[in-house]
Design a protein around this ligand. Structure first.
Ligand SMILES: CC(C)(COP(=O)(O)OP(=O)(O)OC[C@H]1O[C@@H](n2cnc3c(N)ncnc32)[C@H](O)[C@@H]1OP(=O)(O)O)[C@@H](O)C(=O)NCCC(=O)NCCS
Length: 297
C-alpha cells in the first residue's frame, strides 16, 4: 500500500524512511510539507537558521560528500548555506539513528550516543525570479552506496526518483530547470519527468563543460511518472539521433544548432552504446512547436 494517493514503483521506501524538509521561516509558508497529502513529521521540519538544526545539517553536508565527492563536485559548506539552505529548500528521506544498520552508522561516523535523524536522500532547489520557476541544485541518494557496501537489507530501487518527485511537489515547482553532465546516471531519473528541453548542450560557464541545461513543465502526470505510477504514460517525441556521452565535438555542434535557433529535447533515458559508453537520445522539435523555451515539453 502506497502512502501516496497513487501507486508508486517502490512503496516500501515510504515505510522504511520518513520525510524531512529544511527551509527558512521566510520560505516555509510558501512550501507544502505534505506533498500529495503525505505529511512531514513536524519535528522533521527544520529551520537552517536555528542552532538546534546543526547536527542534521552537518549530516546533510556529509551526504553530499558521500554522493557528489566521488563525482568530483562536493559542495563547500558555505555554498550549501548560500545556495541551498538560505535561498532554497531541501526535501528528502531519512531514518532515526537508533534504527539504522551498523554499516550506515559507520558511513556517517555517528557517535555511539547519537539518536537524531539521518538523511539517506536529499533534493535541493532554488527559486528563480518567476513564481513557480525553480533551478535544481542537488540530487543525492545513498542507494548506490548502500548497495555497494551491502549495508542495508532493503530494496532501495527508485529512491532518487521518488525524492526528486516529492520534493518538486513540496516546493510547488511549476517550471523546472536543471543542469547535469552527459555521463550522469541521473539522466535516467530526470527523463522520467518527460522530455527535457535542452537549453545548452555544451556549457563552459559550468566547471564541467560537458554539462547540459534542461527544463520541463512540472505537471501532476510528470511527477507521478517519475515516482513510477504505472497508470501514467507521458507523450515523447521520436528519437532523431543518439549523442555519445563522450562526444565533445557532437555536444558543441548541438550547442551551435541551439544557439542558431534550433529546439531539441531529450525524449527519454540514455542507453548503453556499442562503445560501452552511455548514449543520450535527442529529438529535434518542429519550428512551430519551438516558440517558447519549454516548447513541446
Ligand atoms: C544519481 C543518483 C541520485 C541515483 O540515485 P538512485 O537512488 O539510484 O536513483 P533511482 O533508483 O531512482 O534511479 C536510478 C536510475 O539510474 C539507472 N542507473 C543507475 N546506474 C546505472 C548504470 N550504471 N547504467 C545504467 N543505468 C543506471 C537505474 O537503472 C535507474 O533507472 P530505472 O529506474 O529506469 O531502472 C545517485 O547515484 C547519486 O546520488 N549520485 C551522485 C550525485 C549525482 O550525480 N546526482 C545527480 C546530479 S544531476
Amino acid at each position: 500500500m502506497s502512502k501516496l494517493p497513487f501507486a508508486i514503483r517502490n512503496p516500501a521506501l515510504l515505510d522504511e524512511f520518513e520525510p524531512y524538509l529544511v527551509a527558512t521561516p521566510f520560505n516555509l509558508p510558501l512550501l507544502d510539507p505534505e506533498p500529495f497529502g503525505m505529511p512531514t513529521p513536524p519535528q522533521n521540519v527544520l529551520n537552517p537558521l536555528a542552532l538546534s538544526s546543526e547536527p542534521f545539517l552537518t549530516l546533510l553536508h556529509r551526504l553530499d560528500g558521500l554522493t557528489f565527492g566521488p563525482e568530483g563536485m562536493p559542495m563547500p559548506r558555505w555554498v550549501f548555506f548560500d545556495c541551498s539552505e538560505m535561498p532554497g529548500a531541501i526535501y528528502g528521506l531519512a531514518r532515526r539513528a537508533s534504527t539504522l544498520w551498523p554499516g550506515v552508522r559507520d558511513l556517517f561516523k555517528l557517535p555511539a550516543d547519537f539518536d537524531g535523524l539521518v538523511p539517506v536522500s536529499m533534493y535541493v532547489a532554488i527559486p528563480m525570479q518567476r513564481p513557480g520557476q525553480w533551478f535544481g541544485h542537488n540530487l543525492s541518494s545513498l542507494a548506490p552506496v548502500f548497495n555497494k557496501l551491502g549495508a542495508v537489507p532493503l530494496d532501495l530501487r527508485g529512491l532518487g526518483s521518488l525524492t526528486k518527485g516529492l520534493a518538486l511537489q513540496a516546493f510547488g515547482v511549476r517550471e523546472f530547470w536543471g543542469a547535469t553532465q552527459w555521463t550522469s546516471k541521473a539522466l535516467h531519473i530526470h527523463a522520467k519527468f518527460g522530455p527535457l528541453a535542452l537549453q545548452t548542450a555544451y556549457t563552459p560557464a559550468h566547471s564541467e563543460h560537458e554539462t547540459l541545461t534542461y527544463g520541463f513543465h512540472v505537471t501532476e502526470a510528470a511527477l507521478r511518472a517519475s515516482m513510477g505510477d504505472p497508470s501514467v504514460v507521458l507523450a515523447r517525441p521520436p528519437v532523431d539521433f543518439w549523442l555519445d556521452s563522450a562526444d565533445v565535438a557532437g555536444m558543441i555542434a548541438l550547442q551551435d544548432r541551439i544557439e542558431a535557433g534550433g529546439r531539441f529535447v531529450i525524449p527519454g533515458a540514455p542507453r548503453l552504446g556499442a562503445t560501452g559508453r552511455a548514449e543520450v537520445p535527442i529529438a529535434e522539435l518542429a519550428a512551430a512547436a519551438a516558440a517558447t523555451p519549454h516548447a513541446g515539453v
